[in-house]
Design a protein around this ligand. Structure first.
Ligand SMILES: [Zn+2]
Length: 337
């Protein structure tokens, strides 16, 4: 009996839908809580190719809700994309799984999205989502937005040219720091599973030719108060430049040289493009400065003033600092300019 027999018995999918899944290429952007649940569901459902891209590494505070990771991933400071790839290969060896350690900017988004049938949003920030929205519209690739914080969340499936996009619904990109985040008000695992579950259902509909079954608009859910609602959004908003003028402002802008990561006293510094650091040499150089951990993807230094994680492409995450200038000075002191 086929490993997908229960899914094939579900009439809207059937054997034909299963065949379509087998032939599909899915990209999951961001592999934290939502990305873990999304990637696992896609792997188990038997898509043909699954690509996961994430910029961060596993930490023990992730384990409460990020279901692809285990304690040894945090202890070994594994990048999430690497840990996810290893886990998903064991979940379903029939799926071609690739994990990519990178921060998704406009250029990387354009390269990865152009080669996919569907994009799933596992990010935790609007900077990346607005890039994804515009790149998907330009490339004509559908994507499923999902977000959650505390006990509530939202989902919206976006089909370029057919439904309103994220910019139609939310307006221009919200300013960084203007919304609650998981790091300011927390998040509980059940809402992650609900939001990712609805996103994954929308994904299965899109991939198996069941567009008529898609939700008619924006889902909002609160698993603590028990409130579930779908707001109908059939028309594109006339003012949205992405949809009405094909003006993809967020798909063309260069990413910022630094970004404050989601309210957790950490700053990401983007490396010079084309950098290839000698991580082993860097680790050897840093050993006198604090506790150093090194693997093939990154070097982590825990010094008294801050924690510094440097990736092979020169990108760095500095923790324990609140602003970019301070992060740059820490980076310059230990890594050089
Ligand atoms: Zn729009």
């Amino acid at each position: 009996m086929s490993r997908y027999s229960r899914q094939e018995l579900f009439a809207p999918i059937g054997r034909e839908g299963q065949g379509r899944l087998r032939g599909s290429k899915v990209l999951v952007i961001g592999c934290g809580a939502l990305g873990s649940a999304l990637a696992e569901t896609m792997a188990r459902s038997g898509v043909g190719r699954l690509t996961i891209v994430d910029r961060d590494l596993v930490e023990s505070s992730n384990l409460q809700r990020q279901s692809l990771f285990a304690e040894d991933d945090a202890a070994q400071a594994r990048p999430k994309a690497v840990a996810a790839e290893a886990r998903l290969r064991r979940v379903n060896s029939e799926v071609e799984v690739q994990g990519i350690v990178a921060d998704v900017d406009a250029a990387i988004a354009a390269r990865l999205i152009g080669d996919a049938d569907l994009i799933l949003d596992g990010t935790d920030n609007f900077e990346t989502r607005y890039v994804v929205n515009d790149v998907c519209l330009r490339a004509g690739v559908p994507w499923v937005y999902g977000a959650c914080v505390a006990a509530h969340g939202t989902v919206l499936a976006i089909r370029p040219g057919k439904t309103p996009c994220l910019r139609c619904v939310l307006g221009e990109r919200p300013a960084a720091g203007s919304a609650d985040t998981c790091d300011t008000v927390g998040v509980i695992a059940p809402v992650v599973q609900v939001v990712a579950g609805v996103q994954a259902a929308e994904a299965l509909k899109l991939l198996t030719g069941n567009e008529a079954a898609l939700l008619p608009g924006l889902l909002t859910a609160d698993v603590w108060t028990g409130t579930f609602d779908v707001m109908e959004l059939r028309e594109k908003t006339p003012w949205c430049p992405s949809c009405t003028e094909r003006r993809y402002d967020y798909a063309t802008a260069d990413g910022p040289a630094s970004s404050v990561l989601c309210g957790r006293e950490a700053v990401q510094l983007r490396g010079e493009s084309g950098t290839a650091l000698d991580l082993r040499a860097l680790a050897a150089r840093l050993r006198g400065a604090g506790e150093v951990m090194e693997n093939e993807h990154l070097v982590r230094l825990r010094a008294p003033e801050a924690e510094l994680v440097v990736f092979a492409d020169g990108r760095a995450i500095v923790k324990g600092v609140a602003d970019a200038a301070r992060a740059r000075s820490v980076y310059a002191r230990y890594v050089g300019v």
